[in-house]
Design a protein around this ligand. Structure first.
Ligand code: AMP
Ligand code: ZN
Length: 138
C-alpha cells in the first residue's frame, strides 16, 4: 500500500499520530477534524496515500464516497444534523492544505453560521471527543 513518510494523514492511518476514529473499513478510515467547521465535522480518507482527487485510486474513491454517506447518515440520526456538506478540495488553489486525498463530511444545522471557505480554528478537545462518541459504531 502506498505510504508517504512525510504525510500527516498516513501517520494517522498508521497510528503514529493521534486521531479520534469514528469509522473504518478495508480501504478507508474516518476521524474527527481537529478544527471543526461545525459540531461533528469529520474526514474520510483512503488508507493508501494519494495526493488528491486526480491521483486517488478509483476503488478508493468509491469506498471513500460510500464511507462519507455512512457517516452523513449517522450525523443526521445521532447528532441531529439537518443536512451535510461533502467537500473535497483538489489543489492549493482550491483550498487543499493536506495533500492526502480526503472528503470533509460537515454536518449542517438549521441556522448555523457556517460560510465557505470556513476559517479553521482548533476545536475544544472535549467537544470533539463527545461528538466522536456519538458517531462511533455502526
Ligand atoms: P483541506 O484544507 O481540505 O486540505 O483540509 C485539511 C483538514 O485537515 C483541515 O480541516 C484540518 O483542520 C484537518 N487536519 C489537519 N491536521 C489534522 C489532524 N492531525 N487531525 C485531524 N484533522 C486534521
Ligand atoms: Zn498520506
Amino acid at each position: 500500500m502506498a505510504v508517504d513518510p512525510d504525510c500527516i494523514f498516513c501517520k494517522i492511518v498508521a497510528g503514529e499520530l493521534p486521531s479520534r476514529r469514528v469509522d473504518e473499513d478495508e480501504r478507508t478510515i474516518a476521524f474527527m477534524d481537529i478544527s471543526p467547521a461545525t459540531r461533528g465535522h469529520a474526514l474520510v480518507i483512503p488508507r493508501a496515500h494519494a495526493r488528491d482527487l486526480m491521483e486517488v485510486d478509483p476503488e478508493d474513491l468509491r469506498a471513500a464516497a460510500v464511507a462519507a454517506k455512512r457517516l452523513a447518515e449517522r450525523m443526521l440520526r445521532r447528532l441531529g444534523a439537518d443536512g451535510v456538506n461533502l467537500i473535497n478540495s483538489c489543489g492549493a488553489e482550491a483550498w487543499q492544505t493536506v495533500f492526502h486525498f480526503h472528503i470533509h463530511v460537515i454536518p449542517r444545522y438549521a441556522g448555523d453560521p457556517l460560510k465557505l471557505p470556513w476559517v479553521p480554528a482548533p476545536g475544544r478537545p472535549d467537544q470533539i471527543a463527545q461528538a466522536a462518541r456519538e458517531l462511533q459504531g455502526p
